[in-house]
Design a protein around this ligand. Structure first.
Ligand code: PML
Length: 239
């Protein structure tokens, strides 16, 4: 019997003057690393957010027994007439989930720009639990079970993988996202209870604002378990 091929986490992040431009997460066998490194380098160099002055690649071997396997969240779509209608629909969904301070949360989402990770907010007190609030908390070490190797980014496919891992993190009750790509106006709200709900549009074309909020409900002393899951546990997502 053949041993399973060892898997590696490949992370790319690109920035300019310390402001985030683009990032990517892959889990791959060694044989695929060269082609993905090449594709992600091209992606980093030609991003709509601008030319980077710093690109970081990190390759780490993963311990097979630490990898978890998750099924992708079910996907649905909401079409809005305008960005403000889309944001209103996002607030309505939050309220239907029992999250009362929806207007303040969505306002904070709209104000994000150039963060590497996500804001980790207490869903009720709105306290920001990110240890580094400029950087935020980054969900890393995840990929689909059929990784795709293109220089261009598939926003939807990559976001669904990330959202599935985030929705399975202990204490996370919802995730909100507006893409920080100025050319991409679709965003989403995701949770295990509602699946991955795409909303379009959430902003106007050409607007570089955007980012993610992870909403946490639980004991403050347990936040570190959530952060550890998001940043360290490798997850492979199947359709
Ligand atoms: C990003 O740019 O990283 C966020 C992408 C959001 C994708 C939303 C969708 O198309 O479902």
């Amino acid at each position: 019997m053949h041993e399973p091929e060892p898997l590696y986490s490949l992370k790319m992040r690109a920035s300019r003057q310390e402001r985030h431009i683009s990032g990517a997460e892959k889990i791959l066998p060694a044989s695929l690393l060269p082609s993905f490194l090449d594709a992600l380098l091209k992606r980093a160099m030609h991003h709509a957010n601008g030319e980077p002055d710093f690109i970081n690649f990190k390759v780490e071997k993963l311990a097979e027994e630490k990898i978890i396997h998750l099924k992708a969240l079910p996907v649905s779509s909401v079409i809005a007439e305008t960005p403000s209608d889309g944001l209103r629909k996002m607030r309505d969904i939050l309220e239907s989930m029992g999250i009362r301070r929806s207007a303040e949360i969505v306002q904070r989402l709209q104000s994000l720009r150039g963060m590497r990770g996500a804001m980790l907010l207490d869903a009720d007190s709105l306290e920001d639990y990110s240890p580094d609030q400029e950087r935020g908390v980054r969900a890393t070490r995840m990929d689909s079970d059929t990784p795709n190797c293109t220089a261009g980014k598939n926003h939807f496919a990559e976001a669904l993988v990330l959202a599935t891992k985030v929705a399975n993190a202990p204490g996370i009750i919802a995730e909100l996202c507006i893409s920080d790509d100025p050319d991409y106006v679709t965003g989403y709200i995701a949770a295990r209870s509602i699946g991955y709900v795409r909303i379009s549009p959430l902003k106007t074309h050409g607007n570089p604002a955007g980012g993610r909020i992870f909403l946490y409900r639980g004991r403050q002393q347990d936040v570190h378990k959530t952060i550890d899951f998001l940043e360290s546990v490798p997850a492979i997502i199947s359709a």
